[in-house]
Design a protein. Structure first.
Lengths: 307, 247
């Protein structure tokens, strides 16, 4: 019998546990039923979805690092209409919880359009807005690097939605706190951080970049300390829940991230290395809680800030 | 079904220049067809190495791999008795159900490895196959004897022509007529595969490769555009039908 309480609450939505596979590493969820029953998860965030189908970038899209990987997949996805018409019905047959909808856009109008459509889906519990994508009307500079623009995106999507809006932030900025505060001031219900860090690798055999796009997003255990630091900083400056993501691959790191200020966590790259990774973390969480004499996960959120 | 388990190294020996053959003992029940691959979790490396299965039976699987970087270098130094974590049953292998009685198997370099298991399966099904294999030089040849015992195996060498004018596998393929084969299976470097598809007189299928990550079609790190939409080489491939591939 479990004597520990793993439940957490995100914007009035109670999750059985804080474990949420991250967008881009878990498809539309149902594909993982071949590995384990995904209903054991708190929830999951589906593949980043854009207004129109996207083919993504040419190969190579992946380069290895000593403690992670760099990807330049380029948001390959079937587009929001196909997701709503085909992917969500497939998911509904096997997943009996609400899902987090990861929404991307290349313009403000795209964000508004996509969020409005996905807001009407009963299966969606939270809309996660990915502002790391390039703004085609803003010199292709990512939305997420400017606190005013992020605030504007937040405000506009809040106007057309009823579900909680969580903004997923890019760490490739000078001051993450300013951006998170701007989200909160403009009505965001939560913050997800961090997305991948920009990085690159060069192939010594050719002297040329490995990735077709030269640069990509670095993820994996190597980014964990940076993610934790950003969660810690943002927690001190906003009152909305934070989902911590970045290099988490164990129940110990889940707990650490929660002490820093996360209410829940997302597991990304760990699923790429081992399809069972998120399932193993769910299984392991009660044992690690007992080891550190944690009876309720809710009670440790932000605990590292206590005097 | 996919199985991620620990496998014991039974043998790990050099079989050609920079090429090693590793025999692993463990659960092989997830391996369905020739042309599939496995993800090898090399100690100390973050991402698994996708390596095609050269041969497998009820209790062991055999991987042929070329030392091309740090990961395969580490693998080459492992010794019998050591344990490796491997994710098995990955990818879409060669189609053995096509209506073909005398297929031709075409392999280039390391692309010859998965043809070994394919040839064994074709022999079991009493097919009359022809094999064409090409290598850079004599020291690169793999599985010559094994393949030659099953079917006629024509070998070409880029650097040391066996006979005048014959350097590439496609030079031999060109000499075959429609009565010589009714289907083809090919695995090797991309330019070779494209040339085979251009020259071949029949339908067929090719095994492609790329840098990969998850091995189960989820991270989209190995997606390519085909005539049937976007496909991941690790799940929908590595073997694709000739008419699906956009070169």
């Amino acid at each position: 019998m479990n004597t520990v309480d793993t439940k957490v609450t995100l914007s009035n939505w109670e999750l059985d546990n804080p474990i949420i596979p991250a967008s881009g590493c878990f498809g539309y969820g149902y594909e993982f039923m071949q590995f384990y029953d995904i209903n054991k998860l708190g929830s999951f965030s589906f593949k980043g979805t854009t207004r129109n189908p996207q083919k993504g970038n040419p190969l190579p899209r992946v380069a290895e690092c000593s403690d992670g990987m760099i990807n330049s997949v380029g948001l390959e996805n079937p587009g929001i209409h196909k997701v709503i018409e085909e992917e969500l019905p497939k998911l509904e047959k096997v997943f009996h919880k609400k899902v987090i909808a990861n929404i991307s856009g290349n313009s403000l109008a795209d964000f508004v359009y996509n969020c409005k459509l996905i807001d009407a889906c009963d299966q969606v519990g939270i809309i996660e807005v990915n502002v790391s994508c390039p703004n085609v009307h803003g010199g292709k500079i990512p939305f997420g690097v400017d606190s005013k623009i992020v605030g504007e995106v937040t405000k506009r999507v809040k106007e057309v939605t009823t579900k909680p809006i969580y903004i997923k932030l890019s760490p490739n900025v000078t001051n993450i706190v300013d951006i998170a505060v701007s989200c909160a001031e403009n009505g965001a219900d939560g913050i997800v951080l961090i997305n991948t860090l920009q990085g690159m690798r060069i192939d010594l055999k050719t002297g040329r970049p490995i990735l077709s796009q030269t640069m990509g997003g670095y993820s994996g255990p190597g980014v964990f300390p940076i993610a934790e630091r950003m969660v810690y900083q943002v927690y001190e400056n906003v009152d909305i829940p934070i989902i911590g993501v970045g290099g988490i691959d164990s129940a110990e790191k889940v707990i650490e991230m929660m002490y820093a200020g996360a209410t829940a966590v997302e597991i990304g790259t760990a699923n790429v290395v081992d399809p069972w990774a998120s399932s193993k973390i769910v299984d392991d969480l009660p044992r690690v809680m007992e080891k550190y004499q944690i009876k309720s996960l809710r009670k440790i959120i932000g605990g590292a800030h206590n005097e | 079904m996919k199985i991620r388990d620990n496998y014991v190294i039974k043998q790990n020996q050099r079989i050609a220049k920079d090429v090693y053959e590793m025999i692993l003992v463990g659960d092989t029940s997830a391996i369905q067809s020739p042309g599939e691959f496995v993800n090898v979790y090399v100690p100390g490396k973050f991402l698994p190495r996708p390596i095609s299965v050269a041969y497998s039976d009820e209790e062991s699987l055999c991987l042929a791999y070329k030392v091309v970087g740090e990961g395969t270098e580490i693998m080459s130094q492992m010794v019998p008795g050591e344990v490796l974590t491997v994710l098995t049953g990955l990818g879409n292998g060669f189609d053995l159900d096509v209506p073909s009685e005398k297929p031709v198997l075409i392999g280039g370099g390391m692309g010859v490895a998965p043809l070994y298991k394919l040839a064994v399966e074709l022999k079991k099904r009493k097919k009359e196959a022809t094999i064409i294999t090409g290598f850079r030089s004599e020291e690169d040849i793999i599985y010559y004897e094994q393949l030659n015992q099953l079917f006629p195996n024509f070998v070409t060498l880029e650097q040391a022509p066996l006979k005048k004018g014959v350097r590439l596998v496609t030079d031999i393929l060109k000499d075959l007529s429609e009565s010589d084969y009714d289907y083809f299976y090919a695995c090797g470097p991309k330019p070779m595969l494209k040339a085979v598809c251009d020259i071949a007189l029949t339908d067929g299928e090719v095994s492609l490769e790329s840098r990969m990550a998850c091995g189960v079609g989820q991270c989209k790190c190995c997606s390519i555009e085909t005539n049937d939409g976007m496909k991941t080489l690790c799940k929908d491939g590595p073997v694709l039908k000739k008419n699906m591939v956009r070169w």
